[in-house]
Design a protein. Structure first.
Length: 158
């Protein structure tokens, strides 16, 4: 049954439901008895109006707590997705250019965010060498050679 303390209401209700299912399998007659008592307690005249009101409020609180838990999970997921989207734009293209590569990278990030961010911080930043920028590569410190290369690339060399 419940072996550890949990902070999540949803996790707690899932664990309790699983435990009740196990009890139904192990002691079905006893649980049918509890169910019959609950049904009998709801009949007119059995419980006073205040007890019924408290029972109804408890049910409403349970429903609202579940709704709050769902909203908290959604907000946490939205924050995680937004953070990933911002981080993804700073990563090397090879890490996210395919769905599989992105899934692997995101899993690595989720498993240990601190280690992943250290890994990213230690990357050597290399200027983009796309085809459009290759004519500006500077492989020499010779100013005249650079000037000739640029003039030749622009078609203005005599």
């Amino acid at each position: 049954m419940i072996e550890k303390m949990t902070q999540s209401y949803l996790d707690l209700t899932r664990e309790i439901s699983a435990g009740i299912q196990q009890l139904r399998a192990e002691i079905p007659d006893t649980l049918r008895g509890f169910s019959a008592m609950a049904q009998a307690a709801g009949k007119p005249g059995v419980l006073d109006a205040k007890t019924k009101e408290i029972t109804n409020k408890d049910a409403e609180i349970t429903r609202l707590n579940k709704e709050l838990g769902d909203l908290k999970e959604k907000v946490a997921q939205d924050i995680e997705n937004t953070t990933w989207a911002a981080l993804k734009n700073t990563l090397p293209k090879a890490w996210t250019e395919t769905a599989d590569a992105e899934a692997k990278t995101r899993t690595e990030w989720k498993d240990n965010k601190d280690a992943f961010l250290l890994k990213v911080a230690n990357l050597k930043r290399v200027p983009d060498t796309t085809e459009a920028g290759k004519e500006f590569e500077n492989n020499t410190t010779d100013a005249i050679a650079i000037q000739r290369k640029l003039l030749a690339a622009s078609g203005r060399m005599r």
